[in-house]
Design a protein around this ligand. Structure first.
Ligand code: PHE
Ligand code: CO
Length: 285
């Protein structure tokens, strides 16, 4: 298995089933790993009230998984009745189509391994802390849960149309790195941010990155970086806006996008709605 960068992936893919699932083998986690989990969880949970959207915060408060690496079975006992989603254990990143098939069937693949202590602040591949802390609380939200399933179905279609690169940008700039406008200012619902000790502050407070109003085709036309904080975040005004924008058939959008050059991650266009810290959005000059 190789990831997006072409490097060998670090998970153990030898004992998986054809759908890439494995047993979690919860008993194999060591006391030191549970301790690392507690420290990761403690740091992020303290940042959530300031930086996470209400939907994430409300669910995290009802989930009590700070004491140690959770058992997926225990989470599923709560998640299934809430939104009919279930977690399945995987060795790490899985091929696109496998990932989409899981999502389309309301199964969320969660990596079984935990990062090493030296990777407390930064990790290249998603581990169990990112997958769990970042993604699982949002799966308890009925509207977001439906969005994730629709995304999986859209992914199967995009795969057939050779359009995964474009659709992946949507996932990146929403599910992983999305910001949302709230009465209290910008907040995040993106898993890549929510599981990061540094980027969760940076995305809201730093003067460096661009914060631009969400626009579906603009997003799907924008490349992203996987090894630094993002240079641009796209801001939705509510989940309704996101779901309305993504409801139409994407096939014509893909055809249109194929005729256009992708934008660099740092590009700001005259047509972008630009958010300035603490102020209402304006058009770029
Ligand atoms: N409507 C999209 C399509 O036809 C599918 C989709 C839904 C994609 C939700 C992303 C999010 O391809
Ligand atoms: Co993720």
């Amino acid at each position: 298995m190789t990831g997006e960068t072409g490097h060998a992936l670090r998970g153990d893919y030898r004992r998986m089933r054809p759908d890439y699932t494995v047993d979690q083998e919860w008993d194999a986690y060591t006391p030191a790993q549970h301790d690392l989990w507690r420290r990761l969880y403690g740091r992020q949970a303290a940042l959530v009230p300031r930086y996470a959207c209400d939907e994430f915060r409300a669910t995290l408060e009802t989930l009590d998984y700070g004491a140690g690496i959770p058992r997926f079975d225990a989470i599923n006992a709560k998640l299934l009745p809430a939104t009919r989603w279930r977690l399945v254990a995987v060795p790490g990143l899985v091929p696109d189509l496998v990932f989409f098939e899981h999502l389309a069937n309301r199964r969320f693949p969660v990596t079984v391994w935990l990062r090493e202590p030296e990777e407390f602040d930064y990790i290249v591949e998603p581990d169990i802390f990112h997958d769990f802390f970042g993604h699982v609380p949002m799966l308890f939200n009925p509207v977001f849960a439906d969005y994730m399933q629709a995304y999986g179905e859209g992914g199967i279609k995009a795969h057939a149309l050779g359009a995964i690169e474009m659709l992946s940008r949507l996932y990146w700039y929403t599910v992983e790195f999305g910001l949302i406008e709230t009465p209290r200012g910008l907040r995040t619902y993106g898993a890549g941010i929510l599981s990061s000790g540094g980027e969760i502050r940076y995305c809201i407070e730093s003067g460096d990155p661009n914060r631009l109003g969400f626009d579906l085709l603009r997003v799907m036309q924008t490349r992203y970086k996987i090894d630094t904080f993002q240079e641009t975040y796209f801001v939705i005004r509510g989940f309704d806006e996101l779901f309305a924008a993504t409801a139409p058939d994407f096939a014509p959008y893909y055809r249109e996008l194929r005729t256009r050059e992708p934008y660099a991650p740092s590009t700001v266009l005259a047509s972008d709605r630009v958010y300035h810290r603490g102020a209402a959005p304006t058009r770029a000059a």
